[in-house]
Design a binder for this molecule. Structure first.
Ligand SMILES: [Zn+2]
Length: 517
C-alpha cells in the first residue's frame, strides 16, 4: 500500500498591511488538517505564502513613502512571523516577489496556456476595483460601488491579454458537479455551479506595465504587459513546487498527490473554483481536488479591515492570551457557514470556561488524585472489554473515548472544524462527570477504613481517568498541539511516577471596558 500524499494550502494574502484574525482562521484550519492527516500516517505538505505582486502593495508603499520592495519585505515578515504565535506546522512559505521558483513557474504556466491557444490580445474597457484587483460588470456592483470595498471602481481602457475561460465552462461544470473538484460547504458549491451556468466570459489576464507601475512579472514575449496579479498569485500553488522546472516536488505534491486542498475565504471563491482550475486544464495540468471555503470574521460587529484596530491582531492576541486560547476560539466558535463575530470577551470566556475550568481542572484533578492516593503511580489494571479504558461504571466515558477518533475523522473529512471539536469535548465532559459520579475521595476514605473492595475500585477509577486524559491528548493534538503536549507530559510517568500536577492554563482576564468619553 502506498502512503497517501496530501497537499494543503492557504491563500496568499496581499502584504499591503499587517495580518489580521481572518487570515489566522484560514491558517489554523489548514494547520489542523495538516496535523490531523499526518497523525493518520499520510504524507502532508502544508504551504502558505505572501502575494507580493499586487498593485495594492505598490499603492500602499507609495502612501507610506517607502520603496515597494522594502515595504513588501517588511509586511511579508509579519505574515511569516505568524508561524510561532499560532503554532503552525508549515512546510513551506512562498513569497511571490522574492522566490526564484515563482517567476519561472508563472512564465511556464503562461506559455502552456498560450501553446493551448487560450491567450489572445484584445482592447478592453471596464470597471476596476484596485482593492479586489478585479474588473466588475455594472450588474455586479452595489449602487455603483464594489460589493467588497464600497468604493467606486475606476474606469480602465487598455489593450490586454485575455484567457479563453469561455472554452472551459462544460469541463468545469462536470468537474464540480461530478465531485472531482469538491467545494465545501455545499452552499459554496451551488454558488459556483450557478456562476458557471450563468455563462463564462473570457478573462483579462494582463495589465499594461505602466498601470502596474512596473511592479509584477512581465508577460513572456510582451514586456509592455505584466501578468495579472491573480494569475500570478494563483500560480503560487504550483510554482512553490517548482512547476517551472517540472521538479520532483511538483510530481509528488501536485500531479501525484491524492488530495490537493485549497483553503480560501468566500470572497475569492470564484478565483479558486473557476479561474484557477480552468487555467490548469488549459495548461494540461490536474485541477485541485478540494476547495474549502470559510466565511468572514467581524470584530465587535464590524467587518475586519486590515488597517483598523489592534484588537484583531493575531500576534498580539496570542501574546496576551496564549496561542491555544486563540486557536480554540477560532476552531470552536466559527461556524461553517455564516460570519462569526470576534470579541476579546468571547475569547476570554471560552478559554476560561472550557480550557481552564473544563479541561485544565480535569487533568489537574486527575494527576493530583494519583499523587494523593497512589503516591504519583498510576495503578496498573487491565483495560476494559475490547481495549476500552476499563472504567467501572463508566460506560459513557468508555463510549466517548472509543467514538472520538471516528467522529473527528468524519468531521475533518467534511472540513467541519467546529463539529470536529465536539467529540473531543465530550471526553472532557464525561471524564468530569465520571469523577463526580465515582467520588474517588470517598473511595480513598473507605480504603483507609479497611474496605478492600474500595482499594481495587479506586485503582480502576484512577487508571481509567488517566487513560481518558491520554485519549484526550491524542485527539486534541491537531487542534491544540501545545495543550496536548502538556497533557501528555502530565500523564507520562517517570521513575517516581507522574510529574507533580501543574496547571495547564492560567485563568484569563478580559480587558476593562473603555471608559465612556
Ligand atoms: Zn473591491
Amino acid at each position: 500500500m502506498t502512503t497517501a500524499h496530501t497537499y494543503v494550502t492557504t491563500t496568499i494574502p496581499y502584504v499591503n498591511a499587517r495580518p489580521h484574525l481572518g487570515f489566522a482562521l484560514e491558517l489554523v484550519q489548514a494547520d489542523v488538517l495538516a496535523r490531523f492527516r499526518r497523525a493518520q500516517g499520510e504524507q502532508v505538505r502544508f504551504q502558505t505564502g505572501t502575494d507580493d505582486n499586487s498593485l495594492k502593495n505598490v499603492l500602499a508603499a507609495e502612501a507610506a513613502g517607502v520603496p515597494v520592495q522594502e515595504f513588501v519585505d517588511r509586511n511579508a515578515e509579519a505574515f511569516v512571523a505568524l508561524r510561532e504565535p499560532l503554532a503552525l506546522a508549515v512546510d513551506d512559505v512562498i513569497r511571490t516577489s522574492r522566490d526564484p521558483r515563482h517567476r519561472r513557474g508563472v512564465e511556464r504556466l503562461w506559455r502552456a496556456c498560450a501553446d493551448a491557444g487560450d491567450l489572445y490580445r484584445k482592447h478592453y474597457e471596464g470597471l476596476y476595483c484596485v482593492g479586489c484587483e478585479q474588473f466588475y460588470t455594472p450588474a455586479e456592483l452595489t449602487g455603483g460601488r464594489c460589493p467588497e470595498h464600497g468604493v467606486e471602481p475606476q474606469r480602465v481602457a487598455e489593450e490586454n491579454w485575455f484567457f479563453r475561460l469561455s472554452r472551459y465552462a462544460d469541463r468545469l461544470h462536470d468537474l464540480v458537479a461530478g465531485g472531482r473538484l469538491r467545494i465545501e460547504p455545499a452552499e459554496r458549491r451551488n454558488e459556483v455551479l450557478g456562476f458557471i451556468a450563468g455563462g463564462l466570459e473570457d478573462l483579462s489576464v494582463s495589465r499594461s506595465t505602466t498601470r502596474a507601475r512596473g511592479w509584477g512579472i512581465p508577460v513572456p514575449g510582451d514586456p509592455g504587459q505584466v501578468v495579472y496579479v491573480w494569475w500570478d498569485a494563483l500560480g503560487n500553488y504550483i510554482t512553490a513546487l517548482d512547476y517551472g522546472t517540472g521538479g520532483e516536488d511538483y510530481g509528488r505534491w501536485w500531479v501525484g498527490a491524492d488530495r490537493r486542498i485549497h483553503l480560501v475565504g468566500k470572497g475569492v471563491l470564484r478565483f479558486h473554483a473557476v479561474y484557477w482550475p480552468a487555467v490548469l486544464l488549459s495548461a494540461g495540468q490536474p485541477p485541485p481536488t478540494d476547495v474549502v471555503v470559510h466565511d468572514y470574521l467581524t470584530v465587535g460587529g464590524r467587518k475586519i479591515s486590515k488597517s483598523g484596530g489592534g484588537t484583531a491582531d493575531p500576534i498580539a492576541l496570542a501574546g496576551e492570551y496564549g496561542t491555544d486560547a486563540v486557536r480554540w476560539w477560532l476552531l470552536r466558535e466559527v461556524p461553517r457557514v455564516g460570519d462569526a463575530d470576534f470579541t476579546v470577551d468571547r475569547l476570554v470566556a471560552r478559554a476560561n470556561d472550557e480550557l481552564a475550568n473544563g479541561l485544565g481542572n480535569l487533568v489537574n484533578r486527575v494527576v493530583a488524585m494519583v499523587h494523593r492516593y497512589r503516591d504519583g503511580h498510576v495503578p496498573l489494571v487491565g483495560t476494559g472489554i475490547g481495549g476500552g479504558i476499563g472504567a467501572p461504571g463508566g460506560e459513557a466515558l468508555e463510549a466517548v473515548c472509543r467514538q472520538a477518533p471516528g467522529l473527528v475523522r468524519s468531521a475533518l473529512d467534511d472540513f467541519a472544524f467546529r463539529r470536529a471539536t465536539a467529540p473531543v469535548w465530550a471526553i472532557v465532559d464525561e471524564a468530569n462527570r465520571y469523577v463526580d459520579l465515582t467520588r474517588p475521595w470517598e473511595l480513598a476514605r473507605a480504603e483507609r477504613d479497611g474496605d478492600p473492595g474500595a482499594a481495587a475500585r479506586l485503582d480502576a477509577v484512577l487508571a481509567a481517568l488517566v487513560r481518558a486524559c491520554e485519549t484526550l491528548a491524542d485527539q486534541l493534538a491537531p487542534f491544540l498541539p501545545g495543550t496536548a503536549a502538556r497533557i501528555t507530559a502530565q500523564c507520562t510517568a517517570g521513575e517516581s511516577g507522574l510529574p507533580e500536577p501543574r496547571p495547564l492554563f492560567r485563568r484569563l482576564t478580559a480587558p476593562e471596558p473603555e471608559p465612556l468619553p
